[in-house]
Design a protein around this ligand. Structure first.
Ligand SMILES: Nc1ncnc2c1ncn2[C@@H]1O[C@H](COP(=O)(O)OP(=O)(O)OP(=O)(O)O)[C@@H](O)[C@H]1O
Length: 178
């Protein structure tokens, strides 16, 4: 998914048995409302050809902080940023999915609302993370195919007394037009 697109899915659960949640607007207890992760991608060939170098000096061992170094006017600036999780350039698709998306899809299957979106400048890796270079390949597929598979596996394995409705809609915002 590029930053110009937004996919929205809704799951309506009609529970004829016991144990369903009535309030679809509150997160499950013990889970934070918003989780923000930051992923770095490797330099591409074009960037390497133009003498590009990594701006990231240090990934903190706690996997939550990163130090960015920038040079300007002979001055070196170091800034540390902290997120719920920082993924370095060697992070796998499954690691990112487990941290950033799996808890959301788990709670959606319990009847809560959830959203996962990628934000970043062009070429930063949104499509790679959300869609993946090959959606059929179990290793390289991104968040969206993993979430879709999880949803349909869960539906298939759930009680026949539960009825599910899955809806998908998509829109593109490009040059300030929807
Ligand atoms: N984690 C990664 N590891 C290896 N390559 C990556 C990674 N993330 C992105 N890339 C590569 O970087 C390039 C740009 O990534 P991508 O197309 O996902 O960016 P984007 O943010 O979706 O860009 P746009 O907003 O222009 O659609 C692609 O060639 C992609 O394969």
């Amino acid at each position: 998914m590029s930053g110009k697109e937004e996919a929205k899915s809704g799951i309506k659960r009609k529970n004829t048995g016991k144990g369903g949640h009535d309030d679809k607007h509150s997160a499950p207890s013990g889970q934070g409302n918003i989780c923000v992760v930051c992923r770095f991608r490797p330099l591409n060939q074009n960037e390497l050809n133009h003498g590009g170098s990594n701006v990231c000096a240090d990934f903190h061992p706690n996997k939550k902080s990163v130090t960015i170094v920038t040079e300007g006017d002979g001055v070196t600036n170091k800034n540390e940023f902290t997120f719920d999780r920082v993924f370095d350039i060697n992070s796998s698709q499954i690691e990112v999915y487990n941290q950033a998306a799996k808890p959301i899809i788990e709670s959606v299957m319990e009847g809560f609302n959830g959203t996962v979106f990628a934000y970043g400048q062009t070429g930063s890796g949104k499509t790679f993370t959300m869609q993946g270079p090959d959606i059929e390949d179990i290793e390289s597929q991104g968040i969206v195919p993993r979430m879709v598979r999880t949803v349909f596996n869960r539906i298939e394995n759930s009680s026949e007394n539960i009825e599910f409705t899955v809806k998908v809609s998509m829109m593109e915002i490009y040059m300030e037009k929807v």
